[in-house]
Design a protein around this ligand. Structure first.
Ligand code: CO
Length: 196
């Protein structure tokens, strides 16, 4: 069976199993969503947010792109952030990076990536340049890359903190915590890096 056919089959079994236990599950969830967390993650197939956290449908509002970037010029991301904070009133915004991130790996390389990807990862190269004095002290290339993964998360948390959406929310007294996490692809665990 083709992999996609298998997924569709899995989906039918999953929906049937839930309906058999909770007949109203989907009709109730279809009406509205009340997630308390906006999750910003990498597009990487090895870090599916709901799977690694056990989150049920309706718990995570989500935005994913290459290397979990929250950049000021990305209108798609800012629409998600604004919707999550202003309308859904999420309590937490999470930026979750991961070690062995292809985007960060590409930014560490001197070889240019394909055009659009190269354009996108310039954001990470900028972070690498800002932290050059710290990164240069680490002689092991893998540890240097791992540190850049962490610094990238920290910088995205700062980008969100300085966004007009967060500034306005905090000015009107809305409590929103911004968290930076990193996922270890080697052991499946999430670690806290920063909270703002
Ligand atoms: Co990645």
């Amino acid at each position: 069976m083709d992999q996609l056919d298998q997924l569709l089959e899995n989906n039918r079994e999953w929906a049937e199993k839930i309906r058999s236990h909770h007949p109203d599950y989907f009709t109730a969830l279809a009406k509205e969503q009340h997630p308390t967390i906006l999750w910003i993650g990498c597009a990487d197939s090895r870090v599916p947010p709901s799977v690694i956290t056990g989150a049920d449908p309706g718990m995570l509002f989500m935005h994913r792109n290459i290397a979990n970037l929250a950049v000021h010029t990305d209108a798609g991301f800012h629409a998600v952030l604004e919707y999550a904070v202003d309308l859904l009133k999420v309590k937490h915004v999470v930026v979750a990076g991961h070690y062995n991130c292809g985007g960060v790996k590409a930014a560490c390389s001197n070889e240019p990536a394909p055009d659009m990807i190269d354009h996108w990862i310039q954001h990470i190269r900028d972070i690498k340049r800002i932290y050059e004095p710290e990164l240069i002290k680490e002689k092991d290339p893998q540890k240097r890359e791992d540190r850049l993964v962490e610094l990238n998360v920290i910088e995205q948390v700062r980008n969100i903190e300085s966004s007009s959406t967060l500034k306005k929310a905090r000015k009107r007294g809305q409590e929103v915590a911004i968290h930076g996490l990193v996922y270890d692809t080697g052991n499946g665990l999430l670690k806290r890096l920063i909270q703002k």
